[in-house]
Design a protein around this ligand. Structure first.
Ligand SMILES: [Zn+2]
Length: 90
């Protein structure tokens, strides 16, 4: 039926609820830089001994592009450690 196809969600139709600065993460440059950073820094910075999975901003950038791209503000974290840190920043 045509109806099913009509209601298939498409990216451009999804509501933009995310804060705009999240789009910084959607850039190819961020993905590639982050991936390389994690390859060079394979252990979680908190010392838990887990492998790093995400690039975290030590100082929350809150949309500030200078902070966002400043590699001295990056640290490698395991996902669960990053999630814990993010909770603390709320
Ligand atoms: Zn950790």
């Amino acid at each position: 039926m045509e109806r099913a196809a009509k209601f298939k969600p498409e990216k451009k139709h999804l509501p933009k609820r995310r804060p705009s600065h999240h789009s910084l993460y959607d850039t190819r440059f961020w993905r590639e830089s982050s991936k390389r950073f994690l390859e060079q820094n394979q252990n979680c910075a908190c010392g838990c001994g887990h492998l790093s999975e995400v690039t975290d901003h030590i100082v929350p950038h809150r949309g500030d592009e200078v902070l966002f791209w400043d590699r001295s503000n990056w640290q490698p974290l395991a996902k669960k450690c990053h999630d814990l840190k993010s909770l603390g920043e709320r």
